[in-house]
Design a protein around this ligand. Structure first.
Ligand code: ZN
Length: 135
């Protein structure tokens, strides 16, 4: 059901400042950054093999990511697994009494489908599932 880790998202207060660790010291490469209006974040994508580290910086004070930063400070926000079939994955999780944030996949602007699993059901970790658009 799970193909791989697609990305790990980390909330930061300042992208430039955070690059000093992830890029300058650790040696990851910055592939690109983009603004995601729907989540009110700037995202920096740092590929690691087949996966990515995504640094999320809130661009307003109201969004989920902004509230997370205010409450807990910078840190790991979620882990994302790529799945073959997200509808089947959600059905299987639901049958196992896992608490889902999105019972139905959300359609991303680029055609990928995603859904979040509640941290209560995942040892305190917010888990995202991705089904990429088949090419
Ligand atoms: Zn994500």
């Amino acid at each position: 059901m799970i193909k791989k880790v697609n990305h790990i998202a980390i909330v930061v207060a300042d992208l430039e400042e955070s690059m000093r660790f992830w890029v300058d010291a650790l040696g990851l490469e910055l592939a690109h950054t983009e603004h995601v209006e729907s989540q009110a974040v700037d995202v920096a994508f740092l590929p690691v093999g087949d996966s990515k580290i995504e640094l999320l910086k809130p661009t307003d004070n109201e969004s989920g990511v902004a509230r997370y930063l205010e409450k807990r400070g910078p840190g790991m926000h979620h882990l994302c697994f790529e799945v073959e079939d997200i509808v089947a994955a959600l059905a299987r999780l639901k049958a196992a009494n896992v608490q889902l944030i999105n019972e139905v996949p959300v359609m991303g602007s680029d055609g990928r489908k995603f859904a979040f699993i509640h941290p209560k059901s995942a040892n305190g970790v917010l888990v995202e599932l991705y089904e990429l658009k088949s090419v």
